[in-house]
Design a protein around this ligand. Structure first.
Ligand SMILES: [Zn+2]
Length: 258
């Protein structure tokens, strides 16, 4: 954790914010809520060297309550898939890549969606850092994903599609389950397996290895059985972890998609 200081562009008061620097790479995002001295709310964007890229003023920032409990219930996974369609997969992909997701335009829907997202990750994305909820959609840049929750569409930000095939399959299999709790657990276990596979490879992929052999050692050592397409999702997670060397060592292309 690092603390950085900046001046409020409106009232010129010095503000500080704690940033989690344990992130892989890319853009670090943090929300700064108004206090007694400076009533202004911001989202601050820095690079991993903590150079401030920009400071965006926002009207309203939603946080969890101090005891960390969620402010509202989530929607069912089936409901989220129905309402958000492939945008749901876009959002999950960005969370795996550690790309900040900004949910805008409808705070109630945004909170509900966040609560659903939080449940499908073993380690939930943090509100105010990984997922930010704001009123105003007018955010610059491609380094974050901006989703309009009123219309369920991605407004800005490049979406990595590497994991779409795998995540789409997980969600479709999950929503076929009638019980929402079971569906959520199903997706959480599968996403968690991808993350564990990625972490395993960080420790183990010292030398270049073809996908076929990678699938075999992952299964042998961890019991996680992945399909070839799932390795694209694992690669996305490795990108999020900043593991460029491991990515180079994982050689794709020796197997047809199956
Ligand atoms: Zn201010």
């Amino acid at each position: 954790m690092s603390t950085i200081t900046f001046e409020c562009p409106i009232c010129k008061i010095t503000r500080t914010v704690d940033l989690d620097t344990s992130r892989g790479r890319g853009i670090i995002c943090a929300s700064v809520s108004g206090d007694d001295k400076c009533p202004h709310n911001f989202i601050i964007f820095t690079d991993t060297d903590l150079n401030i890229r920009r400071i965006q003023r926002v009207d309203h920032i939603v946080r969890t309550s101090d005891d960390g409990r969620f402010l509202a219930r989530g929607m069912s996974l089936r409901g989220a898939r129905k309402v958000f369609g492939d945008t749901l997969v876009d959002i999950i992909s960005c969370i795996l890549l550690k790309k900040p997701v900004l949910l805008c335009d409808d705070p109630d829907v945004s909170i509900t969606l966040y609560n659903t997202l939080a449940r499908i990750f073993q380690e939930p994305p943090e509100l105010g850092r990984d997922v930010l909820i704001i009123d105003d959609c007018d955010v610059d840049g491609q380094d974050v994903l901006v989703v309009n929750c009123r219309y369920s569409v991605v407004l800005k930000g490049n979406v990595p599609i590497d994991a779409h095939k795998t995540l789409g399959r997980f969600i479709d299999e999950a929503v076929a389950i009638n019980d929402n709790e079971a569906a959520v657990v199903f997706v959480r276990q599968r996403i968690s397996a991808l993350q564990r596979a990625a972490e395993f490879l960080v420790d183990r992929l010292e030398l270049p290895l073809y996908a076929r052999e990678v699938l075999a050692i992952v299964e042998k050592s961890t019991g996680i059985r992945l399909k070839y397409a799932d390795l694209h999702a694992v690669r996305l997670i490795l990108r999020g972890l900043g593991q460029d060397r491991i990515l180079r060592n994982l050689i794709m292309g020796d197997l047809d998609e199956f």
